[in-house]
Design a protein around this ligand. Structure first.
Ligand SMILES: [Zn+2]
Length: 79
């Protein structure tokens, strides 16, 4: 049992909970040089090298809510 974080109702027992994303934000990851260590084969021998992390950008969840199935259906229809 849980309380829906959108409508505030208590769920019936054994009702599945849904997690919806309310807000997202864009993030930028900076370039980092020589941070990933790995063994690479160079001909006959393996050699330990450190490679760069190229960085980049993407989206991450800013706010999430645990909601009942009806609210999850409404939220998905709105998006
Ligand atoms: Zn609800």
């Amino acid at each position: 049992m849980y309380q829906c974080q959108l409508c505030g109702k208590n769920s019936q027992p054994r009702t599945p909970a849904h997690r919806v994303t309310l807000a997202i934000r864009s993030v930028v990851y900076p370039h980092r040089s020589k941070v990933n260590g790995c063994w690479k084969w160079t001909g006959e021998r393996s050699k330990f090298v450190r490679t760069d992390d190229p960085g980049g950008f993407g989206l991450e969840a800013e706010r999430e809510a645990i909601v009942c199935p009806e609210c999850a259906k409404q939220w998905q229809a709105r998006e």
